[in-house]
Design a binder for this molecule. Structure first.
Ligand SMILES: [Zn+2]
Length: 264
Protein backbone atom coordinates (compact mmCIF):
# COMPACT_ATOMS: atom_id res chain seq x y z
CA UNK A 1 0.00 0.00 0.00
CA UNK A 2 1.40 3.39 -1.00
CA UNK A 3 1.15 6.46 1.20
CA UNK A 4 -0.72 9.56 0.02
CA UNK A 5 2.64 11.31 -0.46
CA UNK A 6 3.84 8.50 -2.74
CA UNK A 7 0.61 8.71 -4.77
CA UNK A 8 1.11 12.48 -5.11
CA UNK A 9 4.66 11.99 -6.37
CA UNK A 10 3.47 9.26 -8.78
CA UNK A 11 0.87 11.58 -10.37
CA UNK A 12 3.54 14.29 -10.80
CA UNK A 13 5.89 11.72 -12.42
CA UNK A 14 3.18 10.55 -14.87
CA UNK A 15 2.41 14.22 -15.59
CA UNK A 16 6.07 14.76 -16.55
CA UNK A 17 6.06 11.62 -18.74
CA UNK A 18 2.93 12.56 -20.70
CA UNK A 19 4.32 16.09 -21.16
CA UNK A 20 7.82 14.93 -22.19
CA UNK A 21 6.36 12.47 -24.72
CA UNK A 22 4.27 15.23 -26.31
CA UNK A 23 0.95 13.64 -25.30
CA UNK A 24 -0.25 17.04 -24.05
CA UNK A 25 0.38 20.69 -24.88
CA UNK A 26 0.09 23.68 -22.59
CA UNK A 27 -2.16 22.83 -19.61
CA UNK A 28 -4.00 19.96 -21.36
CA UNK A 29 -4.70 16.56 -19.87
CA UNK A 30 -5.57 15.26 -16.42
CA UNK A 31 -4.55 12.37 -14.21
CA UNK A 32 -6.25 10.90 -11.15
CA UNK A 33 -6.21 7.92 -8.82
CA UNK A 34 -8.45 6.39 -6.17
CA UNK A 35 -6.91 7.04 -2.74
CA UNK A 36 -9.58 4.99 -0.95
CA UNK A 37 -13.24 4.02 -1.60
CA UNK A 38 -14.40 7.62 -1.01
CA UNK A 39 -11.54 9.89 -2.13
CA UNK A 40 -9.94 10.74 -5.50
CA UNK A 41 -6.53 12.43 -5.84
CA UNK A 42 -6.38 14.45 -9.07
CA UNK A 43 -4.29 16.90 -11.06
CA UNK A 44 -5.55 20.49 -10.85
CA UNK A 45 -6.85 22.66 -13.67
CA UNK A 46 -4.74 25.36 -15.32
CA UNK A 47 -1.24 23.95 -14.86
CA UNK A 48 1.14 22.11 -17.20
CA UNK A 49 1.09 18.43 -16.32
CA UNK A 50 4.87 18.50 -16.69
CA UNK A 51 5.30 21.12 -13.97
CA UNK A 52 3.09 19.87 -11.11
CA UNK A 53 4.35 19.71 -7.53
CA UNK A 54 2.83 17.18 -5.08
CA UNK A 55 0.99 19.91 -3.15
CA UNK A 56 -0.67 21.23 -6.36
CA UNK A 57 -2.93 18.15 -6.41
CA UNK A 58 -6.53 18.17 -5.25
CA UNK A 59 -8.56 15.62 -3.28
CA UNK A 60 -12.28 15.26 -4.07
CA UNK A 61 -15.06 12.85 -3.17
CA UNK A 62 -16.69 10.61 -5.80
CA UNK A 63 -19.22 13.37 -6.59
CA UNK A 64 -16.40 15.80 -7.42
CA UNK A 65 -16.69 17.97 -4.29
CA UNK A 66 -13.29 19.33 -3.27
CA UNK A 67 -12.13 17.98 0.09
CA UNK A 68 -8.66 19.53 0.15
CA UNK A 69 -6.11 21.40 -1.99
CA UNK A 70 -5.44 25.05 -2.75
CA UNK A 71 -6.13 24.61 -6.48
CA UNK A 72 -9.30 23.43 -8.25
CA UNK A 73 -9.82 20.07 -9.96
CA UNK A 74 -9.92 19.76 -13.74
CA UNK A 75 -13.15 20.44 -15.62
CA UNK A 76 -12.80 16.87 -16.97
CA UNK A 77 -12.99 15.36 -13.49
CA UNK A 78 -16.58 14.20 -14.21
CA UNK A 79 -15.18 11.83 -16.87
CA UNK A 80 -12.77 10.31 -14.32
CA UNK A 81 -15.55 9.97 -11.72
CA UNK A 82 -17.81 8.22 -14.24
CA UNK A 83 -15.07 5.65 -14.85
CA UNK A 84 -14.49 5.09 -11.09
CA UNK A 85 -18.24 4.62 -10.54
CA UNK A 86 -18.68 2.17 -13.43
CA UNK A 87 -15.43 0.26 -12.93
CA UNK A 88 -14.69 -0.95 -9.39
CA UNK A 89 -11.54 -2.62 -10.83
CA UNK A 90 -10.12 0.76 -11.92
CA UNK A 91 -7.97 2.80 -9.53
CA UNK A 92 -6.39 5.30 -11.93
CA UNK A 93 -7.37 7.34 -15.01
CA UNK A 94 -5.21 9.23 -17.55
CA UNK A 95 -6.54 11.71 -20.11
CA UNK A 96 -4.29 13.27 -22.76
CA UNK A 97 -4.19 14.41 -26.39
CA UNK A 98 -1.40 12.29 -27.95
CA UNK A 99 -1.21 13.57 -31.54
CA UNK A 100 -1.41 10.38 -33.61
CA UNK A 101 -4.19 8.70 -31.61
CA UNK A 102 -6.00 12.05 -31.43
CA UNK A 103 -5.62 12.27 -35.22
CA UNK A 104 -7.48 8.96 -35.52
CA UNK A 105 -10.09 10.23 -33.04
CA UNK A 106 -10.49 13.41 -35.09
CA UNK A 107 -10.94 11.34 -38.24
CA UNK A 108 -13.63 9.32 -36.45
CA UNK A 109 -11.53 6.17 -36.91
CA UNK A 110 -11.31 3.47 -34.24
CA UNK A 111 -8.00 1.68 -33.74
CA UNK A 112 -9.68 -1.68 -34.15
CA UNK A 113 -7.78 -3.67 -36.75
CA UNK A 114 -5.81 -6.76 -35.77
CA UNK A 115 -2.43 -5.64 -37.09
CA UNK A 116 -0.32 -6.00 -33.91
CA UNK A 117 -0.24 -9.14 -31.75
CA UNK A 118 0.72 -7.15 -28.64
CA UNK A 119 -2.30 -4.87 -28.95
CA UNK A 120 -4.74 -7.75 -29.46
CA UNK A 121 -3.28 -9.23 -26.30
CA UNK A 122 -3.36 -6.07 -24.20
CA UNK A 123 -6.30 -3.88 -25.28
CA UNK A 124 -8.11 -5.89 -27.97
CA UNK A 125 -9.08 -2.76 -29.83
CA UNK A 126 -9.58 0.93 -29.08
CA UNK A 127 -13.03 2.28 -29.97
CA UNK A 128 -13.90 5.90 -30.71
CA UNK A 129 -16.62 7.61 -28.65
CA UNK A 130 -18.82 10.19 -30.37
CA UNK A 131 -17.99 13.86 -29.83
CA UNK A 132 -19.13 15.62 -26.65
CA UNK A 133 -18.30 19.18 -25.57
CA UNK A 134 -15.40 18.99 -23.07
CA UNK A 135 -16.30 19.68 -19.45
CA UNK A 136 -20.02 18.99 -19.98
CA UNK A 137 -22.31 15.96 -19.46
CA UNK A 138 -22.24 15.51 -23.27
CA UNK A 139 -18.70 14.18 -22.91
CA UNK A 140 -19.50 11.72 -20.12
CA UNK A 141 -22.65 10.59 -21.98
CA UNK A 142 -20.52 9.93 -25.08
CA UNK A 143 -17.99 7.68 -23.35
CA UNK A 144 -20.41 5.98 -20.94
CA UNK A 145 -21.46 3.12 -23.28
CA UNK A 146 -17.79 2.18 -23.77
CA UNK A 147 -16.39 2.56 -20.26
CA UNK A 148 -17.42 -0.86 -18.98
CA UNK A 149 -15.75 -2.78 -21.81
CA UNK A 150 -12.65 -0.81 -22.78
CA UNK A 151 -9.50 0.31 -20.97
CA UNK A 152 -8.56 2.85 -23.66
CA UNK A 153 -11.07 5.01 -25.55
CA UNK A 154 -10.55 7.57 -28.33
CA UNK A 155 -12.73 10.64 -27.84
CA UNK A 156 -13.85 12.11 -31.17
CA UNK A 157 -12.27 15.50 -32.03
CA UNK A 158 -10.60 15.57 -28.63
CA UNK A 159 -8.16 12.95 -27.32
CA UNK A 160 -7.75 9.70 -25.41
CA UNK A 161 -8.75 8.39 -21.98
CA UNK A 162 -7.19 5.29 -20.42
CA UNK A 163 -7.68 3.56 -17.07
CA UNK A 164 -6.13 0.75 -15.06
CA UNK A 165 -5.83 -1.06 -11.76
CA UNK A 166 -3.05 1.39 -10.84
CA UNK A 167 -1.53 4.58 -12.22
CA UNK A 168 1.29 2.86 -14.08
CA UNK A 169 -1.22 0.58 -15.87
CA UNK A 170 -3.33 3.59 -16.91
CA UNK A 171 -0.21 5.44 -18.15
CA UNK A 172 1.13 2.38 -20.02
CA UNK A 173 -2.23 2.09 -21.81
CA UNK A 174 -1.90 5.72 -22.93
CA UNK A 175 1.62 4.96 -24.21
CA UNK A 176 0.42 1.74 -25.91
CA UNK A 177 -2.48 3.58 -27.57
CA UNK A 178 -0.23 6.27 -29.06
CA UNK A 179 2.37 3.72 -30.14
CA UNK A 180 -0.29 1.55 -31.82
CA UNK A 181 -1.77 4.60 -33.55
CA UNK A 182 1.70 5.39 -34.93
CA UNK A 183 2.15 1.83 -36.23
CA UNK A 184 -1.35 1.91 -37.78
CA UNK A 185 -0.50 5.24 -39.45
CA UNK A 186 2.70 3.79 -40.93
CA UNK A 187 0.74 0.89 -42.45
CA UNK A 188 -1.66 3.45 -43.94
CA UNK A 189 1.28 5.39 -45.40
CA UNK A 190 2.71 2.17 -46.84
CA UNK A 191 -0.71 1.51 -48.35
CA UNK A 192 -0.92 -2.00 -46.95
CA UNK A 193 -2.20 -3.67 -43.81
CA UNK A 194 -1.90 -7.42 -43.30
CA UNK A 195 -4.49 -8.37 -40.69
CA UNK A 196 -4.16 -11.32 -38.34
CA UNK A 197 -6.66 -14.11 -38.96
CA UNK A 198 -9.54 -14.96 -36.61
CA UNK A 199 -7.55 -18.06 -35.56
CA UNK A 200 -4.44 -15.96 -34.76
CA UNK A 201 -6.58 -13.59 -32.67
CA UNK A 202 -8.25 -16.48 -30.80
CA UNK A 203 -4.84 -17.85 -29.85
CA UNK A 204 -3.76 -14.44 -28.54
CA UNK A 205 -6.95 -14.01 -26.51
CA UNK A 206 -6.47 -17.48 -25.03
CA UNK A 207 -2.92 -16.46 -24.08
CA UNK A 208 -4.17 -13.48 -22.02
CA UNK A 209 -4.56 -15.67 -18.93
CA UNK A 210 -1.08 -17.14 -19.45
CA UNK A 211 0.49 -13.66 -19.59
CA UNK A 212 -1.65 -12.45 -16.68
CA UNK A 213 -3.25 -9.73 -18.83
CA UNK A 214 -6.06 -8.02 -16.93
CA UNK A 215 -8.39 -6.21 -19.30
CA UNK A 216 -12.06 -5.40 -19.66
CA UNK A 217 -11.78 -5.75 -23.44
CA UNK A 218 -14.58 -7.82 -24.95
CA UNK A 219 -13.92 -10.47 -27.55
CA UNK A 220 -16.45 -9.91 -30.30
CA UNK A 221 -16.36 -10.40 -34.06
CA UNK A 222 -15.81 -6.64 -34.51
CA UNK A 223 -13.08 -6.23 -31.89
CA UNK A 224 -10.55 -6.50 -33.30
CA UNK A 225 -11.33 -6.70 -37.02
CA UNK A 226 -9.50 -9.75 -38.43
CA UNK A 227 -8.50 -10.88 -41.91
CA UNK A 228 -11.51 -13.26 -41.83
CA UNK A 229 -13.93 -10.33 -41.55
CA UNK A 230 -12.32 -8.46 -44.44
CA UNK A 231 -11.97 -11.68 -46.51
CA UNK A 232 -15.73 -12.19 -46.17
CA UNK A 233 -16.22 -8.88 -47.97
CA UNK A 234 -13.68 -9.63 -50.70
CA UNK A 235 -14.67 -11.19 -54.03
CA UNK A 236 -12.31 -12.54 -56.65
CA UNK A 237 -12.89 -12.46 -60.40
CA UNK A 238 -10.96 -13.77 -63.38
CA UNK A 239 -9.85 -11.21 -65.95
CA UNK A 240 -12.49 -12.56 -68.36
CA UNK A 241 -15.29 -12.22 -65.77
CA UNK A 242 -14.20 -8.65 -65.03
CA UNK A 243 -14.12 -7.76 -68.76
CA UNK A 244 -17.62 -9.21 -69.20
CA UNK A 245 -18.92 -7.13 -66.27
CA UNK A 246 -17.35 -3.95 -67.70
CA UNK A 247 -18.73 -4.72 -71.21
CA UNK A 248 -22.21 -5.23 -69.75
CA UNK A 249 -22.01 -1.95 -67.86
CA UNK A 250 -20.87 -0.09 -71.01
CA UNK A 251 -23.68 -1.67 -73.07
CA UNK A 252 -26.26 -0.68 -70.43
CA UNK A 253 -24.99 2.89 -70.30
CA UNK A 254 -24.92 3.12 -74.11
CA UNK A 255 -28.55 1.97 -74.49
CA UNK A 256 -29.62 4.32 -71.69
CA UNK A 257 -27.98 7.24 -73.55
CA UNK A 258 -29.53 6.17 -76.86
CA UNK A 259 -32.99 6.13 -75.30
CA UNK A 260 -32.34 9.49 -73.67
CA UNK A 261 -31.04 11.22 -76.83
CA UNK A 262 -33.18 9.18 -79.19
CA UNK A 263 -30.20 8.52 -81.43
CA UNK A 264 -28.43 5.43 -82.69
ZN1 LIG B 1 -8.87 16.91 -23.08
Amino acid sequence: MKTEDEHRRDICAVGRWIHQRGYVASTDGNISLRLDPHRILTSPTGISKGMMAPDDLVITDLEGNKLSGRRNPSSELAMHLLIYRRRPDVNAVCHAHPPVATGYASAGLALNRAILAELVLSLGCIPVARYGTPGTPELTDAIEPLVRNYDAILMANHGVVTCGADLLAAFFRMETTEHFALVALVTELLGKQVLLSGGDVEKLLAARARYGVQTAAPTTAECPVTADATDAERITLTRRELETLIDEAIQKERSRLQRFCNID
